[in-house]
Write a protein that binds this ligand. Structure first.
Ligand code: 13P
Ligand code: SF4
Length: 312
């Protein structure tokens, strides 16, 4: 059997198992392209959380990283949530602990803790509001100005919000090991190298704490879904993609006539790439690995997610 036949046979097996299990396959845009191809729903962190809340399928198979599957399990406790690779983690989610947040709260009893959705269920349980990169600005703008805020764990997204809103939130000092390589210097180098291109920058990037980048007319800052919408609103034919390289799979799919240049070909999210078609098939076939969350943690973690989903 050659590789194409392998992929086709696995995709057929997955389609059959999916029907038998009444399952829906969710995948993030950073997943392997062949996994994206068999997903029912592709999305960024916000879209996937929203879909986990509304799907009617009995089983959700999450082709992404652990915090995403946990979020789905918090939102939809009546569903079986499966993660094909149990140890698909996230450097950012692992940088913050519930105990750390509890310490900050002790010193700021009237403060609010705002956590990026890239966090464990235990951290969400200590959180007042969750955000994703797609709605962080909107959610923060709903919060009172005179209340101290701890924003975490992504310091780059936090700095970006501070710059855009004029707030002075305390920032947890975590970052994403992929986006930490996307610096202001790197963006300036690409602006020079590609004078006709727009640069599409994810706000987890270090560059988003640099005002001159935010104000540059050819720099666009947006979540994965924002980045995917931008080319439709631009007259440019060439785009430098300053985020995880796999986002280009969907960009090319939506805009086959445009050119997309990855800024970080060598920096990609190895956690997102752990899930293969074989892992996905095995997860459906053997109904593994079921994501479980202690009820007392789930109950407390649900509130900040619901508050986030309520912000339209
Ligand atoms: P978004 O899906 O919100 O763009 O975040 C990207 C990411 O790093 C997911 O882990
Ligand atoms: Fe985590 Fe970064 Fe990978 Fe997203 S890209 S899952 S933030 S390590």
């Amino acid at each position: 059997m050659n590789n194409n036949e392998d992929v086709r046979a696995l995709a057929e097996e997955i389609a059959q198992l999916k029907k038998e299990r009444d399952a829906v396959i969710l995948a993030h845009y950073y997943a392997r392209p062949e996994v994206q191809a068999v997903a029912d729903i592709l999305g960024d962190s916000l879209a996937l959380s929203q879909l986990a809340a509304t799907t009617e399928a009995k089983v959700i198979v999450f082709c992404g990283v652990h915090f995403m599957a946990e979020t789905a399990a918090i939102i939809s406790p009546e569903k079986k949530v499966l993660i094909p690779v149990e140890n698909a983690g996230c450097s950012l989610a692992e940088s913050v602990t519930a105990a750390g947040l509890a310490t900050w709260r002790k010193y700021h009893p009237n403060g609010l803790i705002v956590s990026y959705v890239n966090t464990s269920a235990a951290v969400k349980a200590e959180t007042d509001y969750c955000v994703t990169s797609a709605n962080a600005l909107k959610v923060i703008e709903t919060l009172p100005l005179d209340v101290p805020i701890l924003f975490g764990p992504d310091k780059n997204l936090g700095e970006y919000i501070n710059l855009k809103t004029g707030r002075n939130m305390d920032l947890w000092q975590g970052d994403c090991y992929v986006h930490r390589h996307i610096t202001g210097e790197l963006i300036r180098e690409y602006l020079e190298r590609y004078p006709n291109a727009d640069i599409l920058i994810h706000p987890e990037s270090v560059a988003c704490g640099d005002k001159s980048i935010l104000e540059h007319p050819r720099c666009f800052v947006g979540s994965t879904s924002g980045i995917l919408k931008h080319p439709a609103q631009s007259e440019k034919k060439q785009f430098v993609v300053a985020t995880e390289k796999e986002a280009i799979t969907e960009l090319v799919h939506q805009y086959p006539h445009l050119e997309f240049i990855p800024i970080t070909r060598e920096h990609y999210c190895e956690y997102m790439k752990l899930t293969t078609l074989t892992d996905l098939r095995d997860a459906l076939r053997d109904e593994k690995h079921v994501v479980t969350i202690a009820p007392e943690v789930r109950e407390r973690a649900l509130l900040p997610i619901q508050r986030m989903l309520a912000v339209k």
